[in-house]
Design a protein around this ligand. Structure first.
Ligand code: GMT
Length: 373
């Protein structure tokens, strides 16, 4: 099949899912055409069957705001026509689903059929999409997609609650190439961050408000009061300065490493003992799943789709949003008992196997075949 994939190129989860999906499809012999405004961070263009089409935004002085959706629509028409796409798969509803709808309609005037699948990822529904400035268009685009998927049951329910949806939403969970997360910690790296054998906590996110990253710092302080621990903060975003101030106030800076955006998080996950996820809302929690694939159990909030991934008492422990005491005491429980920690690590990896790419990929291929029929 010739598949077009539209996504955001950034470090965020939806771009990563779209990129990994496209890469795996290309390995199965499908021709995959990525369409984005920048080359997606995890995309390897030297791989066979992978193509990248950049949406180049025209900078005309009249436009205070560049009409990205129109330019994307044109690009989709162009790529669909000349690369003879069979199907389009758009990740993140805004504005990809409405651009796909418009492209499909325009192509139909030339008797070209371009069915499209919309995958909802989370903030396109739970934060941004619900806003009245987007809602009617999002509702329309979802209802006019040929197939709609959501990455968790929770996101499906949130979508049905927030929008007037007239078509079924299928749940296809996010996935991971579990085999790529080998459990072979790099001793030098571990020594660098934890030179005295401290346990390592890790948090990975885009440091937005929805992640409640200040809770990570507060939880860490409480754990550090009891155990020898270090914290690695991976990622960057609007909250970072505030967090750095907070750990200065708390006197914990010497034990916290802000490493910024990291292209491959595997090495850091491989030296970590516990993943901390404190989000207010989270449709899935892909970074946490990456941690689990590397054998890192999680102490997380119990919101959104997180409990569909992190099973309480199995791959980690769940807490109420904002319950710092509970998160700290859960972390201490897991980290204090070496035997329990090792069992959590084994079970976290095992849990991640449920989301193995080989299982999930077939579900997407089945969707593509279905829309083509
Ligand atoms: O919030 C992020 O981490 C970025 C955001 C995105 O759109 O890229 O992530 C969303 O999609 C991911 C992939 O499906 C999910 O794993 C995240 O849980 C989801 N984020 C939220 O729901 C807040």
């Amino acid at each position: 099949m010739r598949i077009g994939i539209v996504c955001y190129p950034t470090y965020g989860g939806s771009g990563v899912v779209a990129t990994e999906l496209g890469k795996s499809l290309s390995e199965k012999g499908h021709e995959v055409h990525f369409v984005s405004y920048e080359q997606p961070v995890r995309l390897d263009l030297f791989k066979e069957n992978i193509f990248y089409h950049e949406v180049a935004v025209l900078d005309y002085p009249l436009f205070k705001y560049q009409p990205y959706e129109l330019i994307l629509t044109n690009k989709l028409i162009d790529v669909a026509k000349f690369e003879k796409l069979d199907v389009l798969h758009v990740h993140y509803a805004i504005p990809h689903a409405s651009a796909a709808y418009m492209a499909k309609k325009i192509l139909s005037e030339s008797n070209i059929s371009l069915p499209f699948i919309t995958t909802l990822h989370g903030t396109d529904i739970t934060l941004v999409g619900k806003d009245p400035s987007f809602e009617p268009v999002i509702t329309f685009a979802i209802n006019h997609s040929d197939i709609v998927t959501a990455v968790s049951e929770s996101l499906k329910n949130d979508t049905l609650e927030a929008f007037e949806i007239t078509r079924p939403i299928e749940v296809i969970p996010n996935f991971i190439d579990v085999d790529a997360y080998q459990l072979n910690p790099n001793k030098h790296l571990r020594n660098r961050y934890a030179p005295n054998g401290e346990k390592i906590l890790i948090h990975i996110s885009n440091f937005r408000k929805v992640k409640r990253t200040e809770d990570v710092i507060k939880v860490f302080k409480k754990v550090r009061d009891r155990l020898n621990v270090k914290l690695i903060m991976v990622g960057d975003g609007p909250e970072r300065n505030r967090l750095e101030q907070l750990c200065r106030q708390m006197g914990t800076c010497s034990d916290i490493h802000f490493v910024g955006k990291v292209k491959s998080v595997k090495e850091l996950l491989n030296i970590s003992d516990l993943f901390i996820l404190t989000s207010t809302k989270e449709s899935f929690g892909l970074a946490m799943l990456e941690g689990m694939a590397a054998g890192v159990p999680a102490v997380s909030t119990n919101t959104g789709g997180i409990p569909e991934v992190n099973i309480h008492g199995e791959s980690g422990l769940l807490c109420e949003v904002g319950d710092i005491e509970q998160m700290a005491s859960n972390s201490i429980d897991i980290l204090t008992d070496e035997n329990a920690l090792n069992q959590y690590k084994v079970r976290a990896k095992k849990r991640a196997e449920h989301f193995h790419i080989e299982v999930v990929l077939d579900k997407y291929v089945e969707l593509y075949e279905r829309v083509l029929k």
